[in-house]
Every structure is written in structure tokens, then in C-alpha cells.
Design a protein around this ligand. Structure first.
Ligand SMILES: [Ca+2]
Length: 502
């Protein structure tokens, strides 16, 4: 009898552990700050940024108004970017030690900041002991950790008598994710970082390459990753890189991974660049159309992760222009009104520039002067800065940095911005856009003027019932949105945002 009760209990437990786990309670729009550790802040004078350097800058990161930090890969690796890992449960000595990470984590948590790690598991390094053993001996127990072919094939490189899969470069052999032993390794990696160390989740690298060209298999594997990680830490956050168009991202977002980067919003060809493009005569209408498109396409249960730039893309100032700080600010203002968790890339908030070769997009954070900045990553061909340093921008109320803070503060003040569903309201203006945003009883009217001209309107004509100007955001603190309720006249400066409540 006892045994039967025990076995029933056990099977109930098993059933429970097999149920798909969703993200715990929805939290109001945690926004994230992506840090390339090497180029962020150096604590020991060797010119290479490190974990203690990140720790020294936690007050700064918290002051931006973000809720979390994504560290680009910190695990041991032969490359400067560390996307090819040789040990998944350690810290690269260039960046510090595991104790340094623990201390960083503790101090981040004390400031209310979560911390997620980059996890490249599509491939490891060709110097990983698994691959060294597999390559040296076809009878190695690690042979099946990788995908082999007896002849040449697309995306494969020669090794002895065989060829191994390496979709990116031959120094990054793809892991055989169908091998149960590899999946056990991944489960152990989750346990190590989530349970033993206590990080808050992962950014999953290159998920469309897990099974190259096979989206359904990628999604199955993402479900397995999500269930496995959430079984270890139910509150952990997973955000995945599926560098695809909107429809493909929407399909991936049906998986149980919490969040997917919204690539179509970003970069010089993305939605925000198009809204602000010089040739666009109807920027408000465009922004409304993109808002509706995102709303209609992305599944409701998934957290969109819109961003403007990351370590692989050109910087925002590349498309907003170096001589137009207002446009640079507005690009972020438009991003900040989007649903989901925003992602910012270090230095974006001071208008750092960088394009072309990858290392150029990953140069040192300009805290005060170039003397105090980390060494450029190997392969950098251009080190230049378009806007003043953090220290200089701190003291300037009109700086890009302080605009970013104000835009992020809006998201904290009105959680419906990050979590609400959108309804774009019809209006005859081409310059502006009116969006009703509602979430759990909070109802907002967002009025956006991304154009370079001031606009006057009567909001009651389009959205009756919203009578209180609750907040506004202009690119220049000398300017203001002016609301005269008795005359129902709203005057919006060029590139401004207004938030109305009932
Ligand atoms: Ca250092």
C-alpha cells in the first residue's frame, strides 16, 4: 500500500515536471542592458574589461532605469568575443573568476538588477575537450557529440577521414543536439549556472542554426530547452536570437522560450529607421502601421524583445546621423513605447558609433576620455566617438543619455506601455500617431510625433475620454508638450511624445 502511494506520488511529480512551464508572473517590462565585458570597464589596468569592472559600474547601469543585464559570453574561449566556448561551467580568466561573477550577481541583485548570461550551444570551440577528443579518435565517447559526414557537405569541414558540421567557421563545430548525452550536458550547464551560481537566465545564441534550415526541429528543441531550464529555475528568463523576418519570429515565439528579439525593428533597414527616414512624409502613420503589424503578428503569450542595435549590427547613429541628436533620441523614444522587454546595447545611450567589421561595433565604452577606455578588440579598424562621454553627458540635461533615462522612466511609470495591447486609432494626420494601450485596468493614450515639425490637434476628436496629460517627453528639455483642456488643444513639439490617462 505504502509503495503504491509512493509510486502515485512519484508519477504525479513526474507529470508535474513534464507540464510545459510558462514564465512565472508577468513582471512589468524588465528592460535589459547588453554588456560586452571586454569593452565595458577595466578594473585592473590591463586594458581588458572584466567582471569587476562591470560590478564597479552597477550604479550607472541601475541609474539608466533598466531591470537587468545581459552579459555577452563570459566562459573560457580562445576568441576575443568568446562565442566559441571551451568550458561551459567556468569564467574566462581574462574576465575574472567565478567568485567575481558571484559577487557581481549579489551586488546586481541588491540593486534590483537581474543578470543573464549568453549561452552559445549551437556550437562549441574546436579547442573544447569534447571536440579535441572526438577529432583525435573516431572511437571517442565524444565522437557523437558532433555531426559527422563521410564525405564533403555544405557547412562541413574536413577532419581526418571525415567531415564535421560547422555552420559558422571551422573553429566552431556544431553540437549534435539529438544526442541524449549532449542534452544531459546542457541540463548540467543549466543546473550549474541557475542553481549553483544563481544567474537569472540566458540569452540563447543562434537558435535558427540548432538544426540549420529546419524551423520545426529548432522549435522542438527550444521547447526542450525552456522546459529544462524552467524545471531548474521556474522564474528564469530565456531570450532567443532568431535572426529572421517577422513571420518567422512569430512562429518561433510560439515556442515555450519566454522571449525573442524583434529583429525587424532594429538596424538601418528596420521599422524605426524607416519611420525616421528622410524620405518618409508620413512618419506618424508609418509608426502606427508598424505598431499594428507587430500587434497582429506576434503571439500574445510571448514577450517581444525590440531593440535598435546589438553587437552584430551597426550602431543606431549610423542611420540617425551624427549631426541630428534629436533624431537619435527619437529613435529610442519610438522603441521605448513598444510592448515587451527592450534591449539596449552598451554605449547606445551616449550615441556611440561603429559599423563595418564586427570589432568596430564593440569598442570601449567612453566613460570619461579615451585614455580611460578599454583597448579596442583585435581586428578593430576604426575607433571613433561621435558624442561626448558618459561623464560629460551626465551633467547635460539635453544629452542623449538623459533622454534615454527619461524614456525608460516613462516605462516604469506606466507599466501598460510595456505590457498593454495596442489599438492604433485612425486620424487624418500623417505626422503623428495615436495608440490606445491597455493592460489590467490601466488605460493609456500615447500620442507620438516622430516628425520634424510641431503639430497641433484636439485629441478628444480621436480618443474621447482621455483628458489628463500624465507625462510627456521631448528631445529638448527646453521644449514642452502643451495641453489646454478647456480649448481641447494639444501642441506637440517636433519629435515629442505625450501620455494621456482618463
Ligand atoms: Ca582587466
Amino acid at each position: 500500500m505504502k509503495r503504491r502511494i509512493l509510486s502515485t506520488l512519484l508519477s504525479l511529480l513526474l507529470l508535474f515536471s513534464l507540464l510545459p512551464s510558462a514564465r512565472a508572473e508577468a513582471e512589468p517590462g524588465i528592460d535589459w542592458y547588453e554588456v560586452f565585458v571586454r569593452s565595458f570597464s577595466d578594473s585592473d589596468g590591463d586594458g581588458i574589461g572584466d567582471l569587476n569592472g562591470v560590478r564597479n559600474k552597477l550604479d550607472y547601469v541601475a541609474s539608466l532605469g533598466v531591470g537587468g543585464i545581459w552579459l555577452m559570453p563570459v566562459m573560457p574561449s580562445p576568441s576575443y568575443h568568446k562565442y566559441d566556448v571551451t568550458d561551459y561551467c567556468a569564467i574566462d580568466p581574462e574576465y575574472g573568476s567565478l567568485d567575481d561573477l558571484r559577487q557581481l550577481l549579489e551586488e546586481a541583485h541588491a540593486r534590483g538588477l537581474r543578470l543573464i548570461l549568453d549561452l552559445p550551444i549551437n556550437h562549441c570551440s574546436s579547442l573544447h575537450p569534447w571536440f579535441l577528443s572526438a577529432a583525435a579518435d573516431p572511437a571517442s565517447p565524444y565522437r557523437d557529440y558532433f555531426n559527422w559526414s563521410s564525405g564533403p557537405a555544405d557547412g562541413y569541414a574536413p577532419c581526418g577521414e571525415s567531415w564535421y558540421e560547422c555552420r559558422f567557421v571551422d573553429s566552431m563545430p556544431d553540437l549534435n543536439l539529438d544526442n541524449p548525452a549532449v542534452r544531459e550536458e546542457i541540463r548540467a550547464i543549466f543546473r550549474f549556472w541557475l542553481e549553483d551560481v544563481g544567474v537569472d537566465g540566458f540569452r540563447l545564441d543562434a537558435v535558427t542554426s540548432y538544426y540549420t534550415g529546419r524551423a520545426a526541429d529548432n522549435i522542438d528543441f527550444l521547447d526542450w530547452l525552456a522546459d529544462t531550464a524552467h524545471a531548474v529555475a521556474p522564474d528564469c528568463f530565456l531570450v532567443a536570437e532568431a535572426w529572421e523576418g517577422l513571420d518567422a519570429i512569430a512562429r518561433y515565439a510560439q515556442s515555450r522560450v519566454d522571449s525573442f528579439f524583434t529583429f525587424p525593428v532594429s538596424q538601418s533597414e528596420g521599422y524605426i529607421a524607416k519611420v525616421l527616414g528622410r524620405a518618409n512624409r508620413h512618419p506618424g502613420r508609418s509608426y502606427g502601421e508598424y505598431t499594428s503589424l507587430l500587434e497582429a503578428t506576434l503571439p500574445e503569450g510571448s514577450i517581444p524583445a525590440p531593440f535598435l542595435e546589438n553587437h552584430d549590427t551597426g550602431r543606431t547613429v549610423g542611420f540617425t546621423g551624427r549631426s541630428d541628436p534629436d533624431k537619435t533620441k527619437m529613435a529610442f523614444g519610438l522603441l521605448a513605447l513598444m510592448r515587451g522587454d527592450l534591449f539596449l546595447y552598451y554605449g547606445q545611450e551616449i550615441g556611440m558609433v561603429g559599423s563595418g567589421e564586427d570589432p568596430n561595433k564593440r569598442i570601449g565604452m567612453l566613460w570619461t576620455s579615451e585614455e580611460e577606455t578599454t583597448l579596442p578588440p583585435p581586428g578593430t579598424t576604426k575607433v571613433e566617438y561621435a558624442y561626448p562621454s558618459v561623464a560629460e553627458q551626465e551633467g547635460d540635461p539635453a544629452s542623449i543619455l538623459n533622454y534615454y533615462r527619461a524614456a525608460l522612466a516613462l516605462r516604469r511609470q506606466f507599466p501598460a506601455i510595456a505590457w498593454g495591447r495596442s489599438e492604433v486609432l485612425p486620424c487624418e494626420f500623417d505626422e503623428i500617431c495615436l495608440i490606445r494601450r491597455a493592460h489590467e485596468g490601466e488605460e493609456l493614450l500615447l500620442i507620438v510625433n516622430p516628425s520634424a515639425s510641431p503639430v497641433q490637434l484636439d485629441p478628444a476628436q480621436y480618443a474621447p475620454g482621455f483628458e489628463t496629460l500624465a507625462a510627456s517627453l521631448c528631445t529638448d528639455p527646453e521644449l514642452a508638450v502643451i495641453w489646454q483642456p478647456e480649448g481641447t488643444r494639444l501642441r506637440m513639439p517636433a519629435r515629442s511624445i505625450a501620455v494621456f490617462t482618463h
